[in-house]
Design a protein around this ligand. Structure first.
Ligand SMILES: NC(=O)c1ccc[n+]([C@@H]2O[C@H](COP(=O)([O-])OP(=O)(O)OC[C@H]3O[C@@H](n4cnc5c(N)ncnc54)[C@H](O)[C@@H]3O)[C@@H](O)[C@H]2O)c1
Ligand SMILES: [Zn+2]
Ligand SMILES: [Zn+2]
Length: 377
């Protein structure tokens, strides 16, 4: 028995955890109320191929996208398939390498992020942007080259092609480092690509959750002045004193927003739910850039005139390629950047999901897989 009220794991041949009963039509919370458990299933991993790295998963972050996928909230663009084993902020230690693996050896600390395959021949792949490959294979819920379904990091073992594995530097803590594999690269990449990384620039970060709080840390390490824009005034003290933001705007406070009109070179918007873009566009200077990385279910209203009158742009960004992900990890290690985390055992995961849906986490849940999911191997 565990604190979910039903037996879910704790011995025997534990190799994977998956959500029970997901049929793509049921509401996740209905599911939780009825079943309130995760189920332990058998071995879902493939054998180590010649270019594969197999590693024991030690930590896995819980990204809000996991929650979107569990609830099938991206159905219109990207339907979830069940059973679903979430998790794409995965770190661990290599236990086996294939005969043609060049970059890794047994014992290395490694990480896997949002995707595990791509075509290697399109323009995006040729430019180290595997994340934009039309044939990109995401870490879970995708069909792998061999026709099997991919499963994510809420699992004790991962097998991945070495091309999609990054090396974790010795001085980067594995628990706080895990969320960088998705949250970190998702904010680092647009700061670089949209040129919002120049010392002295002024950048806004909207939504102080998992992505938002690491965006503040990366931007500050790049020498950028940072304003956090949030609906929660109670996050102000922490944003400034703990995360190092320079200023804080409460988005519902019209006076504060008015005073800040036209002050920002760019904004990284990490909000997970629908929200108006007009007030954010108003904060931008001429030529300012509003970059959307949050993934609300419903598309936003795009006000055209405020964009034209100031040559402003609204752009998007999703994760990052492998080369840049390694660069981001090395940058984080150099600047001592990790996520602020709440480490949880695997059997707390359903409660963590409920809390995440209410933004009740500072700032990322990380599952201690290594110590709380018993392996059969
Ligand atoms: N573009 C990508 O590649 C990528 C990668 C990872 C996550 N995401 C998406 O980014 C979003 C954020 O992910 P996260 O893991 O940081 O989530 P999170 O839950 O940790 O943070 C979301 C933040 O948005 C705030 N928020 C929620 N609803 C709001 C509203 N209506 N108005 C203002 N603020 C609101 C919350 O208070 C919270 O601070 C999710 O939609 C996730 O799916 C995108
Ligand atoms: Zn993610
Ligand atoms: Zn490709």
């Amino acid at each position: 028995m565990n604190n979910l009220g039903e037996s879910s794991y704790g011995g025997g041949d534990v190799r994977e955890v998956r959500w029970v009963g997901g049929d793509g039509t049921m509401d996740f919370f209905e599911l939780l109320k009825r079943e309130r458990k995760v189920e332990v299933v058998g071995d879902l991993d493939r054998a180590t191929g010649e270019k594969d790295v197999t590693f024991k998963v030690l930590y896995c972050g819980i990204c809000h996208s996991d929650l979107h996928f569990i609830k099938n909230e991206f159905e219109s663009v990207w339907a979830s398939s069940y059973p679903l084993v979430p998790g794409h902020e995965i770190v661990g230690e290599v236990t086996e390498v294939g005969s043609k693996v060049e970059k890794f050896q047994v014992g290395d600390k490694v990480g896997v992020g949002c995707f595990v395959g791509s075509c290697h021949s399109c323009d995006s792949c040729a430019n180290n942007l595997e994340n934009y490959c039309p044939k990109m294979i995401v870490t879970y819920g995708s069909i792998y080259y061999d026709g099997t379904t991919t499963y994510g990091g809420y699992s004790d073992i991962m097998v991945a092609d070495e091309h999609f594995v990054v090396s974790i530097p010795d001085n980067l803590p594995l628990d706080g480092g895990a969320p960088l594999l998705c949250a970190g690269i998702t904010v680092y990449s647009p700061l670089r690509y949209y040129g919002l990384d120049k010392p002295g620039m002024h950048v806004g970060v909207v939504g102080l959750g998992g992505l938002g709080h690491v965006a503040v840390k990366f931007a500050k390490a790049m020498g950028v002045k940072v304003t956090v824009i949030s609906t929660s005034p109670n996050k102000k003290k922490e944003a400034i004193e703990h995360l190092g933001a320079d200023s804080f705007l409460v988005s519902r406070n019209q006076d504060e927003m008015q005073v800040a009109t036209g002050t920002l070179d760019g904004i990284i918007d990490t909000v997970s739910a629908s929200h108006p873009l007009l007030p954010l566009i108003g904060l931008l200077k001429t030529n300012g850039k509003l970059v959307l990385v949050g993934a609300p279910e419903k598309p936003p209203v795009l006000p055209v005139f405020p964009l034209m009158m100031g040559r402003k742009i609204v752009g998007g960004s999703a994760a990052g390629g492998l080369k840049e992900t390694q660069e981001m990890i090395n940058f984080a290690a150099k600047h001592n950047i990790t996520a602020d985390i709440e480490v949880i055992p695997i059997d707390y995961v359903n409660i963590a999901m409920e809390r995440l849906s209410k933004a009740d986490v500072r700032y990322r849940f990380v599952i201690d897989i290594g110590n709380t999911l018993k392996s059969s191997s």
